[in-house]
Design a protein around this ligand. Structure first.
Ligand SMILES: [Fe+2]
Length: 428
């Protein structure tokens, strides 16, 4: 806890105190019977089991199927029971994904569940009667589910924002796309669970376990597919870096400069992610060019130039054959086009060149100027900026050069270069 950002710690204590007050207040207010204790036990076990099977989100955080269980308890029981169940779900988590997880994470999760369920429960109590399934009440339950989801996502986004020093709003927007399918799949399941529990008791719930696990499994497959995609990208870049000594670290640095430009023109996070892959992969076609030519020192023959100039098209062909990567293929194809139309392979010009390709061209040129080659030392940041400005409008998009000059300073460039060096050293 000591090493965590100050703002996160404050937020952590705030959520924990609010949750403790909700939990204690509602538990003391309740009239506890054996049946109520048993409900906490059954649903607590269920919540703990669902929380123990999380699915990671691509940009931090995770989702679980426990949303269905939580919705079920908020529909069926008063806050004393539902807050105890979600607190158990947050605190008693098992499995390999959570092994070694610090205690504060569990406390935070349990607390944010309690706060979210507290608000959802207030909505149900305020406008409806708990436990009945009249059509009007189903709408209220769905409203409570939305309140739960929004509160939960907002608290998690603020916490992740403070921890990762990023904008909580951006994290919120990114994660909502992953949470909505989860919500659509799990909210009806939560309603169904409540209905079955009411009519058939705990044994009816057993019948629902299978669809619950299937729903988790399909979501996990979706995330795994994305993960595999990223691993493929990494393998392709590693194959290239092993072959072309000059390219070592180049792809990664171009990726970082490209992101700096993209952020400078306020590109959406989604597009930036797409650009990052394209930038890292831009020279992947060099895999199809002979090593002797790639590493040749001194002048190249015309035929050798021809071979090098084929790398954007080879790159596109490689990427096109991998599902998901088609659009990146277009960007890779055009990364050597020039703004004045004198580039290759298609000689297109100006804004006909995909924006991402123009961004990569600026990043690529800067890195080529500042990198050391066997026959010359790389130039300084200031010299490189001067050269970029010289070719702005002819070789490169002038607006993007301007953005680059503002976004990348001497300091940030040296950070990127040094980070690249460490990476290369550790990969040998
Ligand atoms: Fe290239």
């Amino acid at each position: 806890m000591k090493d965590l950002p100050n703002n996160f710690s404050k937020f952590f204590y705030f959520i924990t105190i609010v949750a403790s007050l909700i939990c204690l207040g509602s538990i003391l207010k309740m009239d506890w019977s054996l049946r109520a204790f048993l409900s906490v036990l059954i649903f607590g076990l269920l919540a703990s089991a669902s929380e123990s099977l999380p699915v990671s989100l691509p940009r931090g955080g995770y989702v679980t199927v426990s949303f269905a269980v939580f919705l079920c308890v908020v529909i069926l029981f008063p806050l004393g029971i539902s807050s105890s169940v979600v607190a158990i779900g947050g605190l008693f988590v098992f499995g390999k994904e959570v092994r070694g997880q610090p205690l504060y994470k569990r406390i935070f999760n349990a607390s944010q569940f309690v706060v979210s369920i507290g608000l959802a429960s207030i909505l149900i109590e305020f406008v409806g009667t708990r436990g009945s399934f009249a059509p009007r009440l189903i709408l209220i339950y769905l409203g409570a589910a939305v309140v739960y989801m929004f509160t939960n996502m907002t608290i998690v986004s603020i916490a992740l924002g403070e921890l990762q020093n990023k904008s909580p709003w951006q994290i919120w927007l990114n994660n909502i796309r992953w949470s909505i399918p989860n919500f659509i799949a799990l909210a009806p399941l939560g309603l169904l669970m409540a209905l079955i529990y009411r009519n058939y008791g705990p044994f009816g719930l057993l019948l629902l376990f299978i669809p619950l696990l299937v729903s988790r499994h399909s979501f996990q497959l979706y995330i795994d597919m994305r993960e595999n995609y990223l691993n493929t990208v990494e393998a392709l870049v590693q194959a290239l870096e092993a072959k072309d000594t000059y390219t070592s670290g180049h792809s990664e640095r171009v990726g970082k400069y490209a992101v700096a430009i993209a952020e400078g023109i306020n590109m959406s996070e989604d597009k930036i992610e797409f650009l990052k892959y394209a930038a890292v992969l831009h020279d992947v076609g060099k895999i199809g060019v002979s090593e002797a030519i790639l590493n040749k020192e001194g002048k190249l023959l015309d035929s050798e130039w021809e071979a090098i100039r084929s790398h954007p098209v080879i790159g596109e062909t490689i990427i096109k054959s991998i599902k998901f990567m088609f659009d990146i293929g277009q960007v890779v194809r055009h990364h050597h086009e020039r703004y004045d139309g004198k580039g290759y392979p298609d000689g297109i010009q100006g804004e006909d060149i995909p924006l991402e390709s123009r961004i990569i061209a600026v990043a690529d040129t800067y890195d080529a100027i500042t990198s050391d080659r066997s026959y010359r030392k790389g130039k300084t940041h200031e010299e490189a900026i001067k050269e970029l400005k010289k070719v702005a409008g002819s070789q490169l998009d002038p607006k993007l050069v301007e953005v680059f000059c503002k976004a990348v300073t001497t300091e940030s460039a040296s950070q990127i270069i040094n980070a690249g060096k460490v990476q290369i050293a550790s990969s040998y």
